[in-house]
Design a protein around this ligand. Structure first.
Ligand SMILES: Nc1ncnc2c1ncn2[C@@H]1O[C@H](COP(=O)(O)OP(=O)(O)O)[C@@H](O)[C@H]1O
Ligand SMILES: [Mg+2]
Length: 171
């Protein structure tokens, strides 16, 4: 399943992130791999930040470029999440990933086992190591803002897109 959207502004992108977060919460925040493609400045971190805010994260959300991965605690109780093991969301940025050893050193093998909720910028930097994404997001700068393409790669990803379509229809 694919969905093509347009975001006029950073605010619009934040609204999309909030809706994605609502869709994730509706699905009880399953273990999912979401990848975000797009050049520098395309808006990947902006969208990740809005998703994490929508999941109740109030910590400062910085780009995890040097650490490769930044974990964020999820307050399941205040989100009234049941039946899920997700206690953290992981923001991974592979922009500076170059040596295969870094993968295990950063703990990415364990994180990307399908059980954790991971948002990954620059997936194209590790095509052989990264498992198939449940949802692939591509951000394309255009003169009027950003075109956003979302493509599911699994039944869980398709369920998420379905929820997003329902959320879009409500506004
Ligand atoms: N839909 C949009 N239209 C115009 N500008 C946007 C939009 N979304 C994000 N931006 C801006 O583009 C920049 C994106 O930066 P960032 O999110 O760090 O990109 P990336 O992580 O892809 O390198 C920010 O300055 C943000 O304000
Ligand atoms: Mg970024």
């Amino acid at each position: 399943m694919t969905l093509s959207l347009h975001c006029d502004s950073e605010h619009d992108m934040s609204v999309l992130g909030a809706k994605l977060a609502q869709a994730l919460l509706h699905l009880q925040l399953p273990g999912l791999l979401i990848t975000l493609r797009g050049d520098l400045g395309a808006g990947k971190t902006t969208l990740v930040r809005a998703i994490l805010r929508g999941l109740g994260v109030t910590d400062r959300i910085k780009s995890p470029s040097y650490a490769l991965v930044e974990p964020y605690a999820i307050d399941r109780k205040s989100l009234q999440l049941k039946g899920t093991l997700q206690t953290h969301a992981y923001h991974i940025d592979l922009y500076r990933f170059s040596q295969p050893e870094e993968w295990d050193e950063a703990g990415l093998r364990e994180l990307l086992d399908g059980q954790s909720f991971c948002l990954v910028e620059w997936p194209e930097r590790a095509p052989a190591l990264l498992p198939r994404a449940d949802l692939e997001i591509a951000l394309i700068p255009v003169p009027s803002g950003r075109d956003v393409q979302l493509r599911s790669g699994s039944p869980a990803g398709a369920a998420l897109l379905n929820q997003l379509v329902l959320a879009q229809a409500r506004t």
